[in-house]
Design a protein around this ligand. Structure first.
Ligand code: C5P
Length: 228
């Protein structure tokens, strides 16, 4: 099936405190955005890539795409206020020729092409599929630094990206969410609200999300190991 990729890279990265947008922070000598571009460049049958960046970073993103040697069209746009706004803007730029859309956070530089392919294949089959890992720790709900409850972790997963969906379904989910004033932190949530099935594709803990300075330190160690 024809597929468009969306890389959301428009976050400010304020929790990282790097003094520049998170997707343009370097890891192992390349920006986080470059890591994701290289991964999608390795996918088969990809029609195009749409990248959201903070306003003013469009030229830099095009330069990254050139450096990554992308051979398919790369569209770059300023993102929106929330991640959901960025995805909606990117989605509106995807080609109507595409049957599927796969969305990825630039904040996850270690997602493999194989993980993308597994999500795309599962979404082609069932409408939607997301990378996720089973929760390993015991979860506590905490109020004012005191444990209020222990949550059973059986059946709980941490949602990651990539997340892939039939394009029309995802557009519908975003339009309905916007009309209803719903903001969600991932795309699967919006599709679930339509009562549609979304499959889990079990990923690896390696597909970590860089949010804080210590995440970046861990990622640097991993990048150095992978480079050996
Ligand atoms: O902030 P957080 O790490 O949860 O963002 C997840 C991803 O969404 C990041 O790759 C970030 O660049 C992107 N994002 C975006 N537009 C926003 C907020 C976040 O593209 N307004």
């Amino acid at each position: 099936m024809r597929t468009s990729a969306i890389i959301v890279a428009a976050g400010s990265g304020s929790r990282l405190g790097a003094g520049q947008p998170k997707a343009f922070v370097t890891l192992g000598g390349r920006t986080l955005l470059a890591h994701s571009l290289a991964t999608v460049a390795a996918l088969r049958e990809l029609l195009e890539v749409v990248v959201t960046v903070p306003p003013g970073m469009e030229t830099e993103a095009h330069a990254e795409a050139r450096r990554a040697g992308m051979t398919i069209p790369v569209k770059v746009t300023a993102g929106g206020i929330e991640r959901q706004d960025s995805v909606r803007i990117a989605l509106s730029l995807t080609s109507a020729e595409s049957d599927l859309v796969v969305i990825h956070d630039a904040a996850r530089p270690f997602a493999s092409p194989a993980l993308f392919e597994r999500c795309i294949e599962a979404a082609a089959r069932s409408g939607g599929a997301i990378a996720a890992i089973p929760v390993a720790d015991t979860l506590k709900r905490v109020e004012k630094n005191l444990i209020a409850a222990t949550l059973p972790r059986a059946g709980l997963y941490q949602a990651q990206t990539p997340q892939a969906f039939h394009r029309r379904l995802l557009i519908d989910a975003h339009e309905r969410a916007r009309a209803a004033g719903i903001t969600a932190t991932d795309d699967a949530d919006l599709v679930e609200r339509l009562g549609k099935r979304v499959e889990i594709v079990e990923a690896a803990a390696l597909n970590l999300k860089i949010t804080t300075p210590s995440d970046l330190q861990i990622a640097e160690t991993i990048a150095a190991m992978l480079a050996k």
